[in-house]
Ligand binder design. Structure first.
Ligand code: SF4
Ligand code: SF4
Length: 398
């Protein structure tokens, strides 16, 4: 895979104005210059020029960027901060090798059989790791990794092991469903709701076999080769599906597929398909006051917006707007595992915003956001739950 950015040109775009400080979630939490785009660009530049050694400290500073793109959105000079941080992570892997957690996560996400076994083992043993560790115990720090993961839904059969995997009639065409890891292993019910939505809207849905992780986690961890291998695998299986469109229900997968996959058929997020169908095609099925969280990879990553108006059309006054609705939830992929306190700290801000709305449902379009928001709501004692849009609304039978 070629470099995502022209290094020199990209670095020169940052004029150190500091505008990004007003929107960067990690800066809001940590108030440190290394935790904001401006500081991170300075670090990336120094690393590239050999003025800074690739130390653990530097790795921590660059690994704690959420890649949320909020800085890029407000940057008048259009500094490609995310691309620079990702390139720096590749350099760090080349210089320092992969830390253990990146090696394990990368391997698990690339090997579906292994992932199946580990998910089963992890969920079966949840009574052990799902337990709260009192803060006054020394264990709390070491166990920070495990905090709140008891919000992971109960063990279910991975969606990709269900059959048959061909649903509906092709009134409007055939779509290939790209699952992504979270829908497959953690939220198979969300995958079913996606199929139900697409079939209800008149599509035949097929699930191409042998698809794997989209590869975004690998790229975000600086593993260019792993990302490339997964891209090749998925492009092959999606092209062979015979579908006229690829649809995913994970905003991160969709954004990544759109950006890097050389496919001959278009890729759409399931919420784009829903927006095209219009609000009149749906009815709300949760019966709870709701608010909307915009995933970074949906709004900023794909520029798919207009969901608030769409949901207002369906829920009417049942939808309340949230302050900072498009602020990152703090998941950040492997960051949630390696730097849980930062991930949870940013997530706490989201939980506070949800609490202020008084809503008991948070509607969104990304399984990773759902995992993180539910985890943070539970920790903050907010009585609300996050749902994917495909779970919250249903197609009206006509
Ligand atoms: S990244 Fe953009 S907004 Fe931030 S300091 Fe640089 S030029 Fe300013
Ligand atoms: S991508 Fe997000 S977390 Fe990273 S520097 Fe930009 S605003 Fe901060």
């Amino acid at each position: 895979m070629k470099s995502k950015v022209d290094w020199e040109e990209a670095l020169s775009r940052c004029v150190r104005c500091g505008r990004c400080r007003s929107v960067c979630p990690t800066f809001s939490l940590l108030h440190r210059e290394w935790a904001v785009a401006r500081g991170r660009v300075v670090l990336v530049e120094a690393l590239g020029e050999g003025r800074l050694e690739p130390t653990q400290r530097l790795e921590d500073h660059l690994s704690t960027c959420l890649l949320c793109m909020a800085c890029e959105e407000v940057c008048t000079n259009k500094a490609p901060v995310v691309g620079l941080v990702e390139e720096a992570r590749v350099l760090l892997v080349q210089e320092r090798g992969k830390p253990l957690y990146k090696r394990i996560l990368g391997k698990v996400l690339e090997d579906k059989a292994l992932a199946n076994k580990l998910v089963a083992l992890g969920l079966l043993s949840r009574p052990l790791w799902g337990r709260e560790v009192p803060q006054y115990r020394g264990l709390a720090l070491r166990m920070a990794f495990f905090e709140g993961w008891d919000m992971v839904p109960p063990l279910a059969k991975p969606f990709s092991r269900e059959g048959p995997q061909d649903w509906g009639k092709a009134e409007k065409g055939t779509v290939a469903l790209f699952l992504g890891c979270l829908l497959d292993f953690v939220y198979p019910s969300m995958a079913w709701a996606t199929v139900e939505t697409l079939v209800g809207l008149g599509y035949r849905v097929v699930m191409p076999p042998d698809q794997g992780c989209c590869g975004h986690p690998h790229r975000a961890m600086g593993d260019r080769e792993g990302a490339e291998r997964l891209k090749e695998l998925n492009v092959r299986t999606l092209e062979e599906s015979g579908a006229s469109m690829v649809v995913t229900a994970c905003a991160t997968c969709t954004a990544y597929l759109k950006e890097v996959y050389p496919l001959s058929i278009p890729v759409k997020d399931v919420v784009e398909v829903m927006l095209e169908a219009g609000e009149g095609a749906f009815q709300y099925r949760l019966g709870k006051k709701a608010t909307y969280h915009e995933p970074c990879h949906l709004g900023r990553g794909q520029e798919v917006r207009g969901l608030i108006t769409f949901l207002q059309g369906i829920l009417g006054e049942g939808l309340v707007e949230m302050e900072g609705y498009n602020r990152c939830c703090g998941f950040g992929g492997s960051l949630a595992l390696a730097y849980p306190q930062i991930s949870l700290g940013v997530g706490e801000m989201k939980a506070r915003s949800v609490r202020e709305t008084g809503a008991s449902a948070v509607l969104t379009a990304c399984p990773a956001c759902i995992l993180q928001i539910n985890r943070c709501l539970a920790r903050a004692g907010v009585e609300a739950q996050a749902f994917h849009l495909v779970e919250a609304v249903e197609v009206i039978d006509r």
